[in-house]
Design a protein around this ligand. Structure first.
Ligand code: G3P
Ligand code: MG
Length: 242
């Protein structure tokens, strides 16, 4: 069965990459949760998508130029007009503890956001945190930046690693040839352009961002391993019907 992975939490209904968005993903029963990780100025693992705080908070500046204390002063939820609420930017450990507290038993996809800024040591810090105790959920690593995946593999050979890309044929083939890569997370357009081949593709496929019902149905019909969606509740209802 195709896993429904809540993209940045339940991004379509709650401010992305906040505890509220992850709680909502758990509440609706998502099979998986995806989040993005970057590094603060003082080397804390921060859950945020953009390299700057400008779009998703009331602050300004790059994540890497702000300390955890400075990041924590920002409001990360009231910008979301559809459902504004007071939220803080979470750290990775805060999200892990939320999932643990809520007995989440699905799949956590940790996307290492290093494609634009290659944060020094972020891969080792993430693996160190993940290995520091046993979590009640499965987890995997992913990144657009292949070097991050290689670095993770050096320090964690126990948890799956997936390559994220847009529609590149070269990257799909690179992922197939790299034995340590256990899955691909392409843009949904890559899937639409390769519908005849996905059944025989040698590694699990979990595209993003699958928000339209028609595309969800296609992914379910082709028995893809998973989809990343901003609307996990909608996807779960649709999957029940098909
Ligand atoms: O990890 C899948 C997806 O999140 C990749 O795109 O830009 O939303 O992080 P983005
Ligand atoms: Mg992401």
């Amino acid at each position: 069965m195709t896993k429904i992975i809540a993209h940045r939490g339940s991004k379509g209904t709650h401010p992305e990459n906040t505890l509220a968005a992850f709680e909502e993903a758990i509440r609706v029963g998502a099979d998986g949760i995806e989040l993005d990780v970057q590094l603060s100025k003082d080397n804390h693992l921060i859950v945020i998508h953009d390299e700057t705080v400008d779009r998703t908070t009331n602050g300004h500046g790059s994540v890497g130029s702000l300390t955890l204390k400075e990041l924590k002063q920002l409001d990360a939820g009231n910008w979301f007009e559809k459902n504004p609420m007071s939220q803080k930017i979470p750290t990775l450990v805060e999200v892990l503890e939320l999932l643990e507290k809520n007995q989440f038993q699905g799949l956590l996809n940790i996307e290492i956001k290093t494609d634009k800024i290659h944060y020094n040591g972020i891969e080792e810090l993430i693996v160190e945190l993940m290995s520091s105790r046993s979590w009640p959920f499965e987890y995997m690593y992913s990144s657009f930046y292949f070097e991050s995946l290689e670095k993770v593999w050096k320090v964690d050979q126990s948890n799956p690693i997936a390559s994220v890309f847009y529609i590149s044929e070269k990257e799909a083939q690179h992922a197939v040839q790299s034995t340590f890569i256990k899955g691909i997370h392409p843009n949904i357009e890559w899937v639409m352009a390769h519908l005849n081949e996905v059944a025989d593709f040698p590694k699990p496929i979990r595209p993003w961002t699958v928000n339209e019902a028609e595309q969800m149905k296609i992914c379910f019909a082709h028995q893809l391993a998973g989809i990343h969606t901003d609307f996990p509740e909608k996807a779960l209802k649709l999957r029940e019907m098909v």
